[in-house]
Design a protein around this ligand. Structure first.
Ligand SMILES: [Zn+2]
Length: 137
């Protein structure tokens, strides 16, 4: 019998939930979900996830740079933000590789470099990685 569920990957910081986020969380809890990991795609998402996790004890903040937004400077800004408050985060993500979006080798290599930085950060902070992988095995 299942009596404890964790949603390990939810984008509840998305504006699509601005009208009914509380109802969505209530429905999840009624269905037995005890914890929801809020993944982020950008630095702004990371900030929103922290605020939401402060508002709802069942929400666990994560922070990452979605592969579509791979950018070295943005990655460094986000990594510095996470390093400033590492215990506030439950995971690093959403990070990874998306070679369906990145068709050219140059763009794929940039995704690899950024992904490696977040893998190293996860190791350094002993946090799990929440990985996106599409057409990139
Ligand atoms: Zn996702």
């Amino acid at each position: 019998m299942v009596n404890f569920l964790t949603d390990t990957h939810a984008h509840l910081c998305d504006q699509a939930f601005d009208q009914d986020r509380r109802e969505v969380i209530n429905r999840a809890q009624k269905a037995g979900v005890k914890a929801i990991v809020l993944v982020g795609e950008t630095l702004d998402d990371a900030k929103r996830n922290l605020a939401l996790a402060g508002e709802y004890p069942c929400l666990k903040a994560a922070a990452g740079l979605y592969p579509e937004y791979a950018d070295l400077e943005e990655a460094e800004r986000l990594i510095a933000f996470i390093r400033n408050q590492p215990r506030s985060f439950s995971a690093i993500g959403e990070v990874g590789l998306d070679f369906w979006i990145a068709k050219e080798e140059e763009a794929r290599e940039l995704q690899r470099v950024v992904f490696r930085k977040f893998i190293e950060l996860a190791g350094e902070l002993d946090l799990p990685l929440n990985v996106h992988s599409r057409s990139a095995w």
